[in-house]
Design a protein around this ligand. Structure first.
Ligand SMILES: Cc1cc2nc3c(=O)[nH]c(=O)nc-3n(C[C@H](O)[C@H](O)[C@H](O)COP(=O)(O)O)c2cc1C
Length: 276
């Protein structure tokens, strides 16, 4: 999935499912970003030597709040461990297929360790703010790795479903207290027979607000997107028989719809986070 140059107009049309204004700045990186799609079907082909280190260097090049670097990542290549993680994450098959599964962590344990070793307090770690900082740092790092992976011809898909069973994932990966698995990431060579289409996004008038938030254009943009996604779901034979709004509403309708993640506050406490 190297970012082969596709006509910008075609790519923008794919990304929004509709025509796009002419004013647009284009270069290879923008082309690559607009070509992103999550890949869920992979070849068993191994990754070239040095791939992991390259992805992690890209990840570490992301910005980090106060340069605290409150994140870590566990690289999983062992087949039996990938199999077990797959079970914990709704049995997603790609976790078993890929040569590399990365588990991105909000990691406050290193900071506590450093403070302890200097006989300093580290009460700041007990606040929601610092947990959020770790989760944000991990997310920015992971996305840099995704962009690097895609530029190397690899595919990826994030796996939020590891948060369905975060305590079991923590146990599987031997995580110490104050380390939370934010999401997984499958990394491998996409099956060329099964390259997914670029998935359209909401029109910019729904997400881009100039100078201040406005509700104004959102209803029209959402209605338009519902039409676009209904066609997309049908064309791609995703088995989704609803528009995007219906699908999204079901995903947030109640605690059960969170697939076990409604327990997150309790889980975080169990993993040593105070979250004040
Ligand atoms: C934090 C996060 C967690 C995700 N978890 C999953 C997952 O568990 N399984 C999956 O198949 N896709 C997962 N995805 C992928 C999204 O479904 C996907 O990004 C979205 O549908 C848009 O499609 P695209 O990435 O192909 O553009 C996740 C994405 C993010 C950002």
């Amino acid at each position: 999935m190297t970012a082969t140059q596709v006509n910008p107009i075609t790519l923008l049309h794919d990304r929004y499912g509709s025509s796009f204004p002419d004013d647009f700045l284009w270069n290879d990186l923008v082309n690559a970003l607009l070509t992103h799609r999550s890949v869920r079907s992979y070849l068993s082909k191994p990754l070239p030597k040095g791939t992991l280190e390259t992805l992690i260097a890209a990840a570490q090049s992301a910005a980090s709040s106060s340069n605290l670097q409150l994140w870590s990542v566990v690289a999983v290549e062992d087949q039996a461990r990938k199999d077990r993680l797959s079970v914990l994450a709704r049995n997603q098959a790609h976790i078993r297929q890929v040569p590399l599964f990365l588990v991105w962590l909000a990691d406050l344990s290193r900071a506590r360790h450093i403070a302890d070793s200097r006989k300093s307090t580290s009460e700041g770690l007990d606040y929601l703010e610092t947990f959020l900082t770790g989760a944000i740092d991990a997310s920015l790092a992971a996305q840099n790795a995704v962009v690097a992976a895609e530029s190397l011809g690899l595919g990826t898909v994030y796996v939020g479903a590891i948060r369905n069973n975060p305590e079991a994932v923590a146990k599987e990966l031997n995580l110490p207290p104050l380390v939370f698995p934010v999401f997984g990431l499958s990394v491998g060579y996409p099956d060329p027979e099964n390259i997914p289409a670029v998935k359209p996004r909401l029109g910019q008038s729904a997400v881009l607000h100039r100078e201040g938030y406005s509700i104004g254009n959102q209803a029209d943009a959402i209605a338009e997107y519902d039409r676009i996604m209904t066609d997309f779901y049908q064309q791609q034979q995703t088995g989704v028989n609803a528009d995007w709004s219906t699908h999204s509403t079901a995903r947030i309708a109640n605690a059960e719809a969170l697939g076990g993640r409604d327990r997150l506050t309790e889980v975080l406490h169990n993993l040593g986070f105070e979250i004040r």
